[in-house]
Write a protein that binds this ligand. Sequence first.
Ligand code: MUC
Ligand code: MG
Length: 388
Amino acid sequence: MLARTQLHDPAPPPARDLAVAEIRTTIVDVPTVRTHKLSQTSVTAQSYVIVRLRLGNGVEGIGEAATLGGPRWSEESVEGIKAVIDAYLAPALLGHKADRFVAAGERLDAAAKRNNAAKAAIETALFDAVGRTLGLPVAALLGGAVRASFPVLWTLASGDPDQEIAEAEAKLDARLHRSFKIKIGAQAPEADLARLARLSRALVDRAQLIVDANQAWDEATARRCLPRLTDLGIALVEQPLPAWNVAGMGRLRTRDDIPPLLADECVFTSHDMLAVAQDAAADAVSLKLVKHGGLVGLRKVAAVAEAAGIGLYGGCLLESSVGAAAHLQAFAGLRDLAWGCEHFGPQILTDDLVTEPLRFRDFAVHLPEGPGLGVTLDPDKLRHYARS
Ligand code: MUC
Ligand code: MG
């Protein structure tokens, strides 16, 4: 027979006060294991804004906004992101229900134009808090996971081919990565072509090589150099032209002697994605929370790309395990992630911000288990790397 207390005092249901009670932001700077050199910037530390969002039920969700070299990769910097969240975005959500993700997006859009990385960090924290409250992974809130691991590439970006070949060999030996993205555009095209020729000779039989120009070339340079990348066995070329020149990317793709093209900085919104599709300007698109304003926005961009037959690539901005976990939760539900992902960010940092790092094994990164994002912020690490 059941004891009286069991009959009359069942375990209390999880507290359902889902109203947003508090939002805190912290800028952190985490050193990288080596200099990471892109066409427009070079970094020795990664800066993030970490968002901690508490619900009325006491549950805390976390999110992250990544940047690369201040406001050089896009217009957002950690200083700007923190200011916009504190002054405009956080007040727009306080007191409102955390599980109304689309309504929250409307409120954020009404409070500030663009500022997509800032919005993504807050929206991620909403998803994490709701997932933790319900005991469900964020992927389940987005429709459920169809995969639990993702082929993951590593970026070679020191600019020194000897160092880059040694780095790639070490990654291959450790069975961590067998696909490498080479950053070009920091030097003249001929110097990059010579560097790529060396990397290709050393690696192309054992690894997939892709290239990211980060908008460095004009159309004439791209017309001249891209066929040479085909000869070197480069599998994909990311954003060779400035973001504004979508029509130029479309013109390049009419040629049959160039590698497939990946759209990155030219696709932030679903409208951008539609324009790329209409100009037939890309074979694939790099999906990033900082560009699409969050998980809902990322899935919208992915849907437009899928409808246009444009392949999906799981992009990054060197996020820590917090931001990387958020991306993996969003990527987990995509039916076809044809080009894999590049969430090597946690591995290029000298330290992690979470209690249990993401698992990298057998050339893949694995979806963390557990409710919400599946990762837990380490308060000591947060304090240690917080900008004073
Ligand atoms: C970018 O433009 O793709 C992603 C990987 C990497 O090395 O740089 C970033 C940004
Ligand atoms: Mg890129």
